[in-house]
Design a protein around this ligand. Structure first.
Ligand code: PHE
Length: 453
């Protein structure tokens, strides 16, 4: 069922635009904020190797499956499943995806707001007066506990996402990513050069690149797999939605390879920025989630040209967050446009505002509502937990099962091979094997390990 005549939908203007937008979705806080601190906590190089394995064996097949579903149906996740099977139970995967998009953006927007705030605070210099990470941590804690300030930046972040998505696929999302993604790469290279030329930087490079397998256990593998998932924006129909704006001419296999490589390259580069700097300044890489917001400002304070570096770094983090935020918003918006026949402008405003409002208690979870806990977890923790640890892996596993067994790899490969298959190696057969047998079992294992005590 093609619905090119739905003028509220739109298409990508070019293949590069699509690849940049999908990469923009994938490259986000997951790469720049989360990846470095979990590498730091889990022993460096060895963890990186396992992460790479998860990306290639599990992430890549699911991404191709999602792109295929999207391009085949030209619909949002709910419509995509609905149009391929009369069994309504599978439409549930789509609804789960839309819900996950709503939930993830509600707290992602909060952290996105923090990145905006740190750009401003770098410009004014207020995050550049720390001698120890502890001081920087206290500053960060005070900031995220300040209701008025965090709400302001949270609203600003959501406002920017709304302003982009309201302009549609080609005129909004694609244009923004065409400008923002190259900027991000440029900034990243600048930072890497600065970092690697610091005295003592090599110690960080060694930590990052030489694997120490004694640090690896079953939990590490689960963390690596979960990170692969979140980082590639999989399991919630985001790549179905982006694939749905793709024309039949474009190659799905090579697009998948580009997006995966781009996302992975950025994560690896971010490591090359952060670890040399952290080690050169004699700090520890095992700081946890505050690595970026409290260890780095300490590093910037004592580094030549630290303020410029700080402004660039947090701008980069903000850009990465925006291009992911808009993809999350687009999933929910596409559902209302396709399935409810809503008009884009109205949809973006209502959905964007709704997500912001739902995100407010998450934003307050570090201050005014920090004592409001259920099972020892704040509102923020619960939303993150439900979406990232339950909805995403479940969605990914069911998508693999759906494509591998219900819709079937025969139908899927037909769609994939619409465009010429340029590779000599039987990649598509490999993919069929992975998506049917390996991916569902691997994701199922992670999922069970998280659900079972
Ligand atoms: N991939 C994004 C990141 O790394 C997060 C994301 C997850 C975006 C799921 C869209 C969908 O930050």
């Amino acid at each position: 069922m093609k619905i090119e005549n739905n003028n509220q939908r739109g298409f990508w203007g070019s293949r590069l635009g699509f690849i940049l937008a999908a990469s923009g979705s994938a490259i986000g806080l997951g790469n720049v904020w989360k990846f470095p601190y979990i590498v730091g906590e889990n022993g460096g190089g060895a963890f990186v190797l396992i992460y790479l394995l998860c990306i290639f064996i599990i992430g890549t097949p699911i991404m191709l499956a999602e792109f295929t579903l999207g391009r085949k149906t030209n619909l949002n996740p709910v419509g995509a499943f609905k149009s391929l099977t009369p069994q309504t139970t599978f439409t549930g995967i789509g609804y789960m995806g839309v819900l996950a998009g709503f939930l993830i953006l509600s707290f992602y927007g909060v952290v996105g707001g923090w990145t905006f705030a740190y750009v401003v605070k770098s410009i004014t210099g207020s995050v550049l007066s720390f001698t120890t990470p502890k001081e920087a941590g206290t500053f960060f804690g005070n900031f995220i506990g300040n209701t008025g300030e965090t709400l302001f930046y949270h609203a600003l972040f959501m406002g920017v996402c709304i302003a982009i998505v309201i302009r549609g696929i080609h005129g909004g999302i694609e244009k923004a990513c065409d400008i923002l993604m190259p900027t991000l790469v440029f900034f990243l290279f600048l930072l890497m050069i600065r970092s690697l030329t610091l005295e003592g930087a090599m110690e960080g490079v060694t930590f990052y690149l030489s694997p120490d397998f004694s640090k690896i256990n079953s939990n590490t593998i689960l963390i690596a797999l979960g990170q692969a998932f979140f980082s590639l924006s999989l399991g919630m129909g985001c790549m179905i939605t982006y694939g749905s704006y793709l024309s039949d001419k474009e190659s799905l296999t090579s697009s998948t390879v580009y997006v995966v490589m781009f996302d992975t390259m950025i994560a690896l580069l971010v490591g090359m920025v952060i670890f040399p700097a952290v080690f050169a300044m004699g700090l520890e890489p095992t700081e946890g989630p505050s690595l970026v917001f409290s260890v780095l400002p300490t590093v910037f304070t004592s580094m030549p040209m630290g303020q410029v570096v700080s402004v660039i770094f947090f701008t980069l983090l903000a850009i990465a967050a925006i291009t992911s935020g808009i993809s999350l918003l687009e999933v929910v918006v596409a559902y209302f446009i396709d399935e409810r026949g809503w008009e884009r402008k109205k949809t973006v405003m209502i959905v964007g505002f709704g997500i912001f409002m739902f995100g407010v208690p998450s934003g307050l979870s570090f201050g005014a509502m920090s004592d409001f806990k259920l099972m020892n977890m704040t509102f923020f923790d619960h939303v993150d937990n439900v979406a990232s640890n339950y909805l995403l892996p479940l969605g990914g596993m069911l998508t693999a099962i759906f494509v591998g067994w219900i819709w079937g790899t025969k139908n899927a490969t037909e769609e994939i091979q619409k465009e010429e298959n340029v590779f000599g190696f039987p990649w598509v057969q490999c993919w069929e094997f992975l998506i049917r047998y390996i991916t569902p079992v691997a994701v199922g294992t992670v999922f069970l390990a998280k659900v079972l005590p």
